[in-house]
Design a protein around this ligand. Structure first.
Ligand SMILES: [Zn+2]
Length: 383
């Protein structure tokens, strides 16, 4: 058994001062405090004075990092990328595909499905399933997704992706106003896929129909959506007011003005707001030209563009947490939920994103300002 002590622990819904955390067999065995219980004899003990223990993060929208694009079938590349994620407090992620020719997407899904089924323990972040971003998107709000590869959603097409992914599609970003979308949303939802509204020019009533059909999340809210109009609020009117809908944002200070991040957080609160990175292969690499799926992106500073449009980010999730604390004045305890418990809830993952007896022992050791000091995956504490 392993015992951990620190200044505080975030479950993350609650904060425990002077916690004592016991881990066994890769799981959390007990969450208690040093005042309530002595360290059991025979425990290997690790003390993190002044630090905060939190659930390790989940990134449900990420295309790559450390020079690797997740659609590229390279074992070494993916392992390097997953090691990079772990350094930034991320325990689990959904490799996210972009719009590409169908055979390119199918090959990527097949390869990623094999990696997902390989459950051998590693010190790297784990892929839990796939986020299919495109090809069922709006031409008007496609962002940088190649227009020639956008297609209308049909049950037959969805079935091909589903089979290639061996059922490992966990999120599908879809524009609800495209012909055939509502039928595909209903069927995908029935199979347990989180249908996420995005890359969309939808009006309010179509957005509501999609939610009635089973959609319950929104992809990079405000970006690649019809802007909020006070008489014709569109998709954003539904996302920001419907309590059943969770929604994510890219809080890199580039995709959204900090005041819009504040507005979003007031609308969605600590339970329904989610942080993603939408990071691409260039993340953690020098400036230059990088691949995103089947096209090239130019990276300068923290800005990724293709044809003058924003094309993903080089954001890391631990930085997104610190940005939200700064942009909105939220506490670490409030903000950590947006990168842990909330994304886990979006995909129905019960054993991650929380520190509770029986949950996976995936933890991040943070400074009070949210800097990552150590990431503990599967209960393994490196010296
Ligand atoms: Zn994306």
């Amino acid at each position: 058994m392993i015992a951990l002590t620190a200044a505080a622990l975030l479950t993350p819904q609650q904060q425990i001062e002077q916690p004592l955390l016991l881990l066994e067999g890769g799981k959390v065995a007990e969450v208690t405090s040093s005042a309530a219980r002595e360290i059991p004899t025979g425990c290997r003990t690790f003390n993190f004075p002044g630090a905060v223990l939190a659930p390790a993060y989940l990134d449900i929208h990420i295309h790559g990092g450390a020079g690797h694009d997740v659609m590229e079938p390279s074992e070494d590349g993916l392992s390097r990328f997953e090691g990079f994620l772990a350094q930034h407090g991320v325990a689990a992620y959904l490799p996210t595909t972009v719009t590409a020719p169908e055979d390119h997407i199918l090959r990527a899904l097949e390869w990623l499905a094999k990696r997902i089924e390989d459950t051998a323990a590693t010190a790297r972040a784990r892929p839990l399933g796939i986020h299919l971003e495109g090809p069922f998107l709006s031409h008007t709000r496609r962002g940088v997704h190649p227009p020639e590869n956008l297609v209308a959603p049909t049950l037959a097409r969805f079935e091909r992706y589903w089979q290639a992914a061996q059922g490992h599609i966990r999120i599908m970003t879809i524009a609800p106003e495209v012909d055939g979308a509502l039928e595909v949303i209903a069927e995908a939802s029935r199979r347990g896929v989180c249908c996420s509204l995005g890359h969309s020019d939808s009006d309010l009533s179509t957005a509501r129909a999609a939610i009635a059909a089973g959609a319950h999340h929104a992809t990079h809210t405000f970006n690649a959506m019809r802007p909020l109009d006070h008489r014709q609020p569109g998709l954003l009117g539904a996302i920001l007011t419907d309590g059943r809908v969770t929604a994510d944002i890219i809080a890199d200070g580039i995709h959204l003005d900090p005041s819009v991040v504040q507005l979003f957080l007031r609308a969605k609160g600590t339970k329904a707001a989610v942080l993603i990175t939408d990071a691409i292969s260039a993340t953690g690499m020098p400036e230059g030209r990088y691949r995103l799926g089947s096209f090239e992106v130019e990276v300068r500073g923290n800005e990724c563009t293709s044809d003058g449009k924003l094309a993903g980010s080089v954001l890391r999730l631990d930085q997104a947490v610190r940005n939200v604390m700064q942009f909105a004045g939220w506490t670490l305890q409030q903000t950590v939920q947006l990168a842990s418990a909330n994304p886990a809830a979006v995909i129905g993952e019960k054993s991650k994103g929380v520190i509770a007896a029986g949950a996976d022992a995936d933890l991040v050791v943070l400074s009070p300002r949210g800097e990552v000091q150590k990431t503990i995956l599967g209960g393994t504490v490196s010296e």
